[in-house]
Design a protein. Structure first.
Length: 511
């Protein structure tokens, strides 16, 4: 029998989870109190210790009992240290792998199925950096408790290290049931936390692998569930993906991507790209959208949006975010003589607003480059806003009050929270390219698109259409009242030098 699969042990894990947010000491005692009674390697340790302490036959009976109790207590302590995570008291990586091997062997013999969830926390690094490591540790303890209380009795939750967890769903392979469980986990983990007298918000992304179709060995199941996790983070975080859904999309594993990205950054292989933004009514170039390009054969697109989640976990995110901002300001300063009212839109990566007072940081940067606030459009993705991070909402409010121009990108790909948006000062919304193309193809889609444009217009919000690739689409959008657009209809993304020499010289283009 598997030690962690008995109902008694499963009950201990659930009880430990229930006690986590009330205090870690009670849970620790509970785990110790209900450890497995029998285990071959522990028996050997006990025999060795007993042999050591029973070298005399004339030991009084009460002392012998005391020695035996101490030996058993020490044995249990050794078991805990070897097999359980010291911080969360969940099974550690080694113990979980051993258990997973046994579950797999049993499933092979019984021709049964089971599932593996691989998850990590969206926003953990930022909490750890801003509130300190002690708060980060406390957050991991709370998350562990919520995970244990979210799964079924008999399922096994383990911490692999850092903010990564794995969950073994025994005898569960129904996609509907797994999806329901994933949704419950996301709901529970995403509830606010109170750490060091501060509210903290994180969410979770998950990848799902099912035995045997997604892997027939422990390593295959772990690698494929990790690949599905990476796909879910790329899709916008706070979600889950099944490996079967993304198996054809997976080239490299996420850790290999991170290593390749680090090499590319160190070698200066990341390129800046500027895409002209055009006023639909006049055909005049009003600005440029800045992004970074990484040419990697395993990426669907070299654009930053395709690898931003890899960047977030690579350790390079903050330096990349600062580089993008400084690059935008540098070229704005250079181009002021040619067109003083040119605006450059720059993506604001999460690491930039999570690690510092963004309005103050921007004030310092703008002053250094002698650029006005009206020339810089700050792009925040709907995916970041959907994470529900209260600090982002506070940052957006502070930026609006300070007079900075704010753009929400990927609008249409995510539901609009009108209650939240009503509290923010948004200057511009950029329509998601895929949603825009789909909407233009049907009458109902066009009706919704025009309704969104009209609503934005009534709120004095500029709408910019991304990915416009034909004169007919340009005409349709202009008729609907859309003010700005970008896409191959005018020009493809280009280097800063080409943007200045070729596009700026034209000043006007034909829509």
């Amino acid at each position: 029998m598997l030690e962690l699969e008995t109902s008694k042990q499963a009950e201990s894990l659930h009880d430990a989870g229930a006690l986590r947010e009330k205090g870690t000491m009670e849970a620790k005692k509970l785990v110790k109190r209900r450890l497995p009674e029998k285990r071959t390697d522990i028996k050997q340790v006990m025999e060795s210790l007993q042999s050591r302490f029973s070298h005399t036959d004339d030991m009084p009976e009460d002392i012998a009992r005391l020695v035996e109790a101490q030996v058993q207590l020490r044995t249990r302590d050794l078991f805990v240290q070897a097999n359980y995570d010291a911080l969360t008291h969940l099974p550690n990586r080694a113990y979980f792998s051993e258990t997973l091997e046994k579950v797999l062997e049993r499933a092979q013999k019984a021709h049964s199925k089971f599932s593996l969830l691989f998850l990590d926390l969206d926003g953990f690094k930022e909490v750890n950096d801003t509130l300190g490591h002690q708060a980060g540790d406390e957050l991991l303890q709370h998350v562990a408790a919520r995970l244990v209380s979210s799964v079924r009795e008999g399922d096994i939750v383990s911490r692999r290290g850092g903010d990564e967890f794995v969950i073994l769903l025994t005898d569960l392979a129904s996609r509907e049931d797994i999806a329901s469980l994933c949704q419950r986990i996301i709901r529970e983990v995403s509830r606010p936390y109170w750490l060091s007298q501060h509210e903290a918000n994180v969410s979770t992304s998950m990848g799902v692998a099912i035995y045997p179709q997604d892997g027939k060995t422990v390593s295959e199941l772990l690698e494929n569930s990790d690949a599905a996790l990476y796909a879910s983070k790329t899709a916008g975080r706070r979600t889950y993906r099944f490996y079967t859904e993304i198996m054809n999309e997976v080239g490299l594993k996420s850790h290999e991507f991170r290593e390749e990205l680090g090499v590319a950054i160190e070698n200066g292989e990341i390129e800046l790209s500027f895409e002209p933004q055009v006023e639909l009514a006049t055909g005049q170039i009003a600005g440029a959208s800045l992004t970074a390009l990484w040419h990697n054969a395993h990426l669907e697109s070299p654009a930053l949006s395709s690898w931003s989640n890899i960047l977030l976990k690579s350790g390079w995110s903050q330096s990349m975010a600062t580089w993008l901002l400084d690059s935008a300001l540098y070229y704005l300063q250079r181009w002021q003589s040619a067109q003083s009212d040119l605006v450059v839109s720059v993506p604001v990566l999460d690491s930039l607003w999570l690690h510092q007072d963004l309005p103050a940081f921007l004030d310092t940067r703008l002053q250094a480059y002698h650029v006005s606030r009206e020339q810089l459009q700050l792009e925040f993705s709907m995916a970041s806003l959907q994470s529900g991070d209260s600090k982002l909402q506070q940052t957006l409010q502070a930026l609006g009050e300070a007079g900075y121009l704010i753009t929400l990108t990927d609008v249409g790909a995510y539901p609009l929270d009108l209650a939240l948006l009503s509290t923010l000062k948004i200057n511009e919304i950029k329509l998601d390219k895929a949603w825009l193309q789909q909407s233009l193809q049907t009458k109902s889609g066009q009706a919704w698109l025009q309704a969104l444009i009209m609503m934005a217009k009534s709120l004095d919000i500029c709408v910019i259409a991304a990915g416009v690739d034909s004169a007919e689409q340009s005409r349709q959008l202009r008729t609907m009242g859309c003010l700005m657009a970008q896409g191959s209809q005018w020009a493809k993304p280009m280097s800063a030098e080409r943007f200045h020499n070729h596009v700026m010289a034209l000043y006007r283009v034909r829509a």
